[in-house]
Ligand binder design. Structure first.
Ligand code: SF4
Length: 196
């Protein structure tokens, strides 16, 4: 049987109910993709605001991420430019301290490779956070995300690992100034090239 095209696959994802009953709400998959996209951004999972909006990165993490990428909202939400495919498509719920739970572990093995197969024009995959980095780099990733990000050049030109842009990582960003000095200019250069 032929593999489904991207539109069929996106419809299947939006109808997915694999985790129904495992989360305190109905599944609401959030994904943005088009065959023409040259950049793929693999994030973590929606938080409460994204779950409510149904649109990726409609939160302070998104503001910081767009600043890192030096991209305006129109381009960020243009699926022909940027595919946004998180490790977990649905908001997983909150832990006892009010933080987001990890992405549902059922999601990535089920969907990531199938979506990637339908994005033939991708030249750069941005791996945002530890879950995306571990999944896509496997044994090529270092033990810590910090070291993996520091060694970003090793994964070029296909991948560029990044920390999560959450406000929770503000202390990490202060502690690791090389990220702003070396990695962000590299990232912005690749973005400019691929969006032009
Ligand atoms: S998190 Fe992924 S696997 Fe689970 S219901 Fe949502 S789309 Fe399906």
């Amino acid at each position: 049987m032929a593999a489904p095209d991207l539109d069929t696959l996106l419809a299947d994802i939006r109808a997915c109910r694999v985790c129904a009953g495992e989360m305190p709400h109905e599944p609401r998959p959030v994904i943005q993709a088009h065959r023409d996209a040259r950049i793929l951004l693999v994030g973590q999972a929606p938080g409460t605001r994204v779950h409510a909006s149904g649109k990726p990165f409609t939160d302070p993490s998104g503001d910081r991420l767009r600043d890192w990428l030096q991209i305006d909202e129109a381009s960020f939400y243009d699926p022909t430019k940027l595919a946004i495919v998180p490790m977990g498509f649905c908001f997983p719920g909150l832990d006892a301290k009010g933080g987001d739970l990890p992405p549902r572990r059922e999601c990535a093995p089920l969907w990531q490779a199938r979506v990637r197969e339908n994005l033939p024009n991708v030249r750069l995959t941005l791996l945002v956070g530890q879950y995306a980095t571990r999944f896509w780099l496997g044994s090529r990733a270092h033990k810590t995300l910090t070291e993996t990000v520091r060694q970003a050049e090793r994964y070029a030109p296909d991948f560029l690992p990044l920390p999560h842009p959450s406000w929770r990582n503000s202390a990490w960003l202060r502690k690791n100034p090389w990220f702003g000095e070396i990695i962000l200019p590299m990232l912005r250069c690749r973005m400019k090239d691929l969006l032009s």
